[in-house]
Design a protein around this ligand. Sequence first.
Ligand code: ADP
Length: 322
Amino acid sequence: MNSLKKHRLVRITIVYWFLLVYIVVALIFWYMELNQQNRQMYEYQLAQLHKDSPDYRSAVAEIEAAKNTKTSQYIGEGSVFLLLILVGAVFVYRATRRQFILSRQQQNFMMAITHELKTPIAVVRLNVETLQKRRLEEAQQQKLIANTLQEVNRLNTLTNNILVASQLETGAYRLNKQQINISRIATEAVRDLQNRFPQRSMDATIQPEVYMQGEDTLMQLLLNNLLDNAVKYSSRESPVKLLLKKENSHVIIQVTDEGIGIAAEEKKKVFEKFYRVGSEETRTAKGTGLGLFLSKKIVQDFKGTITITDNVPKGSIFTVRF
Ligand code: ADP
């Protein structure tokens, strides 16, 4: 966060608390003032009475009752005001905070996305320039082409994520539900991942010919996001598992890794838009915080559920059930 914004935030916070304290103190002050006036009026009315008059006692009782009614009225109205002010203050505070967090996440998102877009473009450009300028051996050429393809795929997933996220959000995306072969999509996703990360060990158990109501592109996106994360948030040596099966007419997709895992209090938050665990300073993996937000949205659009559980001894298990 830049220091200008930080200063502005500090200023706004100070003004906010000052106003709030001022209003509450003013309310208490007014209550005391009114109460004192009430007492003075009471004493004045008492002084007006003739002690030897026959209805002196009843007159005193009447004046006292009037005083008590006034006091209860002040307390009642004052409390309602105070409550309203406090509720309003909490509301404003929370709304501003949420807005502030969102704007910070959006800023991080812009930074992340610029990076995520620029890196593959730079790599692709360099590779293609090398291929154009130099006569390379066949093996080297193939390596460069494979690397270029990998980067293009990354770009593809990223742009798809951004596009679909904004379309699903605005309702512009037209779901085209149809019978799809989810086994084929899962097999392709694993193959794709294996091509991109040949050094990673992948363990896929895919029941063949499992069909469901869905859409190819969105299911690809869902699987790619979950598998990408499993690779991204675990060490190179650890395996990534994919399980796909049909169980009691439900389609179950499970992606398991032995990576850094997700703390209990983060398990819900990771599905929020732009949310990423940790801070910009401590994070090493690149990302945008859109993948899981989108995954959840896709799963919900097809009336499914997505949950995270801890893998033993470490890592996470993402389970999708349709
Ligand atoms: P990102 O682009 O940051 O990966 P996601 O929406 O896919 O965005 O994930 C949100 C956050 O959830 C990530 O930044 C990461 O902190 C956490 N996360 C997602 N998948 C995993 C996983 N398999 N293991 C550990 N943490 C994960």
